[in-house]
Design a protein around this ligand. Structure first.
Ligand SMILES: Cc1cc2nc3c(=O)[nH]c(=O)nc-3n(C[C@H](O)[C@H](O)[C@H](O)COP(=O)(O)OP(=O)(O)OC[C@H]3O[C@@H](n4cnc5c(N)ncnc54)[C@H](O)[C@@H]3O)c2cc1C
Length: 250
């Protein structure tokens, strides 16, 4: 939802809809020199998307032979370059090896443009100027959650173990719509759905649920056009993530 940040719709480019991705592709084709800044809202869909876009930009401009004319500048809302500590630790030397500059504790507050230069202001009082702004927009749940009275936020209050709507034994919740402070990712929806399905079967057949959700998430990470890696987490690692993201979700 880029509309949540003043100026973002007008001055930012994203790849979260087909139309915006095509528009960004055209701008990148014409980009010959200058600074590209990546800034994001929280929470956002796919926690590894910021890294993926960085690594693909690096490869793209290397292949075009103009990487030395393009500065890639990454910003991130918390005090390290990724929410997940192991990912941040792995990322720092990767960024340095590829000459990617970064600014942490950067919560995008508003953007402006003057004479073709885009200024991205953070809530912390820092400003980054750039020639092209690529944003990962803040994600919110559907308005129907609020309108229906389920919650006064757009996320469904969810028990992190049973994946039941808080206070209701007969309503299961899975995917981005939960208020759980874990990755808004397809793999989260997938692993949560396994638990919901197992529990529904067990409740029908045996009268009680079969297992708790353990916070399992797995994401592949594109680290360039022809390279990749992955992260795999369960709830122990998510304890730290839970504390960090609690300020953003529910
Ligand atoms: C660019 C991008 C890259 C991504 N990359 C990855 C990745 O590499 N790995 C990964 O795991 N995840 C990735 N994700 C995240 C992943 O797509 C989501 O986390 C996942 O789709 C969530 O699934 P969901 O079923 O919970 O919600 P959704 O897929 O959002 O489905 C919700 C559905 O509900 C419908 N809906 C909403 N409101 C209403 C209403 N009032 N009435 C009826 N229907 C309604 C919507 O139209 C939608 O079809 C990416 C997302 C994006 C945008």
């Amino acid at each position: 939802m880029p509309g949540l940040i003043p100026g973002l719709k007008e001055h930012g480019n994203m790849f979260y809809t087909l139309e915006s991705a095509i528009e960004l592709r055209e701008k990148l084709r014409k980009f010959e020199k200058g600074r590209i800044t990546i800034a994001m809202g929280v929470p956002h869909k796919c926690p590894v998307a910021p890294f993926e876009v960085i690594f693909m930009l690096d490869d793209y401009f290397n292949k075009k032979g103009i990487r030395d004319k393009v500065e890639i500048y990454y910003t991130y809302p918390i005090g390290r370059i990724h929410t997940l500590e192991p990912v941040a630790q792995w990322g720092v030397p990767e960024f340095e090896r590829r000459g990617i500059k970064y600014e942490t504790l950067f919560n995008m507050e508003k953007t402006e443009a003057h004479n073709g230069t885009i200024a991205v202001h953070s809530a912390e009082g820092f400003t980054v100027e750039c020639d092209l702004l690529i944003t990962i927009p803040p994600h919110r749940g559907t308005q129907a959650i609020i309108d229906s009275g389920i919650s006064n936020e757009s996320w469904v209050p969810t028990n992190r173990y049973s994946l039941k709507y808080e206070g209701y034994e007969n309503v299961c919740v899975a995917g981005d719509t939960t208020n759980l402070p874990i990755s808004k990712a397809g793999s989260t929806a997938h692993f949560e759905s396994d638990v919901v399905a197992d529990n529904l079967i067990a409740e029908i057949k045996e009268g009680h649920s079969a297992r708790d959700y353990d916070g399992k998430v797995m994401c592949f990470i594109e680290t360039g056009f022809d390279k990749g890696t992955y992260i795999h987490l369960t709830i122990l690692r998510h304890q730290a993530l839970y504390l960090i993201l609690r300020r953003y979700i529910g």
